[in-house]
Design a protein around this ligand. Structure first.
Ligand code: NDP
Length: 670
């Protein structure tokens, strides 16, 4: 008998006398005792806020990203321990792959995004400097800093590992501690994974805690710096988000809840096309993976009226091949998570049956005995416009309904009748259909998955939320967003507009802002190591005259003989130019010639250039000078880091003629 423990204020706490018995969905036997212990929720919040939060906030984004990566690598080495108990949730090994490996990969991706897209500092810079003064002495910059409270994650039963890790990764990367509350039915798998994370020793004290069982008065203790991230039913979400403390303190509350996801077969995807086959394959897989207990599963299949019969036949034929059995034997489909869930699914399927004809039921299958087993249930609704339940009732199991549509606009209208979903897919080889459906429907869905013969081999799947992409949806889907790369991290941070002088903004962000103090470099910056270079270090070069001969030489050498450089009359007729002017790329090349120090040194490579703008034409006879200022440093490995330089080119009248950000890789040590 498993005895999942809570992990509160640094201690493991066993199930109490009133623990709930969890029954196997496969055999009905008791498999675990969970909850029923008296947890001190006040002490848990204090532990997170006073110990976990400060420890996490002392780390930079990159340090936290490295910690997440190490954690993911560690879990990967121990994941077989999780796969061993995965069948007790009713899930097959394939289902477990989405949950366990899916969770680990999600953590890896968020870690890598943190390293690549966030600074090695404590302040995230959101957008560009806002020029709010004429002379540039008073500027503004949006920044984001970690919330100083705790994130409470309330998770659904269907993904005990992924559901935890997909919320934890962005939370910890933001620098916020978390209290995880898994659904009781599958909490033993979550506990096993969280226990591994604690045993890894990689997390600071107080960074994560676990509640097995109820949340008691936890939500009443939350305030303005806390976040609740919920996944589960719409009813529970509504009840929790209506908590007066949450409303009074404007505690952030994100919900990911019921979703009547749709898949549309394009009007062009007739039988015999690769798209038709793809639709059938995807539809069958989405119905049976995790026995349909996926927040993204397809509940409504919207197909052209003319194809309704063919799709019905092809899909029932494919679904009939589904083997159902003990998940430990690795059949195609395992069991629902519990007898209670089975009762709920059958009740919801009956509501759908009021409006639709069931064209595939249990009689077509060899269904094992056991409290959680159900067969795929396929319905067909001939009048989707009049139907209500089809668009409103989520049967959280292998249940889906076929709906016919008249034209593309009608297909989008039916998809939107779900009143907000996590994902809708469209299988079409016609980009115009894709555009029409997107314009008519994107506002109702968190993600649109459009696939055809060209992309299907690399398609990531209708039902797979990716860490890079937003996961969430409007309306019935909860109105929240999770994941989405750095977007998901920002849900645990506060955006603040900082107004001040360039020096103030530079000190706060650690990134040099034009107008801030420039320090003379003690040595040519190309001779300084990554460690030595200081933000604001500047060199100004000698001037160089740009001659007509230079322009002509560059034109013939490169082949860029555009009239603005070669034909004085034609150039003068152009409102932008006073006559023949230097090529912008000639100026860039001259700039490099002016600021480069040619000797071997710590600078390893020029890796790119951002935000190039040419602001004023340079005429033959003008003299240009270059100013190079160290703007931003990002350590990439132990051996080297990226230095971004602000480069400005001036003419003899001190007018700025060009500006860009130059990226170089620089050795950490000499
Ligand atoms: P619930 O909404 O009942 O539970 C979700 C989570 O909320 C669980 O961790 C649950 O814990 C917790 N919870 C329930 N009541 C409270 C409370 N009063 N205070 C604090 N936490 C609470 O959903 P289920 O998991 O039972 O699933 C029910 C239905 O929800 C499904 O049939 C499906 O329709 C939908 N669902 C949708 C999902 C989606 O992502 N779209 C995902 C999962 C479910 P405990 O288990 O201890 O009660």
């Amino acid at each position: 008998m498993l005895e999942p423990h809570s992990f509160a204020h640094g201690r493991w706490i066993a199930p109490g006398a009133n623990a709930k018995t969890i029954a196997s969905p496969v055999t009905g036997a008791a498999i675990a005792r969970a909850g029923g212990s008296d947890l001190d929720f006040g002490a848990m919040v204090s532990h997170a806020v006073q110990t976990g939060g400060p420890a996490l906030r002392a780390m930079t984004f990159h340090q936290r990203a490295k910690m997440l990566k190490a954690l993911a690598v560690y879990l990967d080495t121990r994941k077989e321990g999780l796969y061993a108990i995965n069948p007790l949730t009713g899930a097959t090994r394939r289902d477990g792959g989405i949950d366990i490996d899916g969770g680990i990969i999600t953590m890896m991706v968020i870690a890598s995004k943190g390293r690549r897209e966030m600074p090695d500092g404590h302040v995230y810079i959101d957008g560009d400097i806002e020029q709010t003064s004429r002379k540039g002495t008073f500027l503004a910059q949006h920044i984001a800093t970690p919330l100083q409270g705790v994130a409470v994650h309330i998770n659904a039963f269907n993904f005990p590992v992924w559901g935890m890790l997909e919320k934890l990764a962005p939370t910890l990367l933001a620098g916020v501690p978390a209290i995880v509350k898994p659904a009781t039915q599958t909490c033993f798998l979550t506990e096993a994974c969280l226990r591994m994370m604690i045993e890894s020793g990689l997390l600071p004290e107080g960074a994560i805690q676990l509640i097995v069982g109820g949340t008691g008065d936890l939500l009443d203790r939350l305030g303005a710096q806390d976040v609740v991230a919920f996944t589960g039913s719409a009813d529970t979400a509504l009840m929790l988000r209506s908590n007066p403390h949450i409303m009074r303190n404007s505690t952030r509350f994100t919900a990911e809840q019921d979703s009547l996801n749709a898949s549309i077969l394009g009007p062009d995807a007739a039988p015999g096309t690769p798209e038709f086959d793809l639709f059938i394959k995807q539809a069958a897989s989405e119905m049976t993976v995790k026995a349909g207990q996926k927040c993204t599963a397809i509940r409504r299949m919207i197909v052209p009226q003319a194809q309704l019969d063919t799709v019905s036949e092809a899909l029932t034929e494919r679904l009939r091949k589904t083997t159902i059995g003990d998940p430990a034997d690795d059949p195609r489909m395992g069991a629902l998570v519990s007898a209670g869930q089975k009762a709920d699914v059958l009740e919801k399927a009956a509501m759908i049956g009021i409006e639709a004809e069931q064209i595939l039921d249990a009689s077509a299958f060899d269904l094992p005995d056991g409290p959680g087993f159900v067969a795929p249930m396929l319905f067909r609704c001939n009048d989707p416009d009049a139907a209500q339940n089809i668009h409103a009732v989520e049967a959280f199991g292998p249940v889906s309904t076929l709906l016919p549509y008249r034209d593309t606009a009608h297909a989008a209208e039916l998809a939107n009748r779900g009143q907000g979903s996590l994902v809708a897919s469209l299988i079409t080889h016609d980009p115009q259909v894709a555009r029409e459906v997107t314009l008519a429907s994107a506002a109702w869905h968190g993600r649109l998955y459009i696939s055809d013969r060209d992309s299907m081999a690399e398609g990531t799947g209708h039902g797979s939320p990716l860490p890079h992409l937003v996961h969430g949806g409007p309306g019935r889907a909860g109105g929240g967003e999770e994941l989405g790369g750095v977007r998901g991290v920002l849900h645990y941070m506060q955006r603040t507009a900082i107004q001040g002088s360039p020096d103030v903004l530079t000190a706060i962000t650690g990134q040099w802002v034009p107008g801030a103090t420039e320090k003379p470099a003690p040595q040519h910056p190309f001779q300084r190591t990554f460690r030595e270079i200081e933000i604001g270090e500047t060199i100004t070069t000698d001037p160089r005259e740009v001659t007509l001969a230079d322009i002509e030489h560059f034109a013939h050498f490169t082949g860029d003989t555009f009239y603005a450089h070669m034909d004085d009359d034609a150039a003068k007729a152009n409102p932008f130019f006073p006559g023949r002017v230097a090529h912008g790329y000639l100026l860039l090349s001259f700039a490099a010639g002016l600021f480069v120090q040619p000797d071997p040194g710590p600078v390893l490579a020029n890796t790119g250039l951002n935000s190039l703008s040419f602001q004023k034409p340079v005429s033959p006879g003008d003299k240009i000078t270059v100013r190079l200022t160290a703007k931003r440093k990002t350590q990439r490995t132990d051996d080297y880091g990226e230095v971004a330089w602000n480069v400005t080119l001036y003419n003899q009248d001190a007018d700025q003629v060009a500006q860009y950000e130059l990226l170089t890789m620089v050795s950490y040590e000499r």
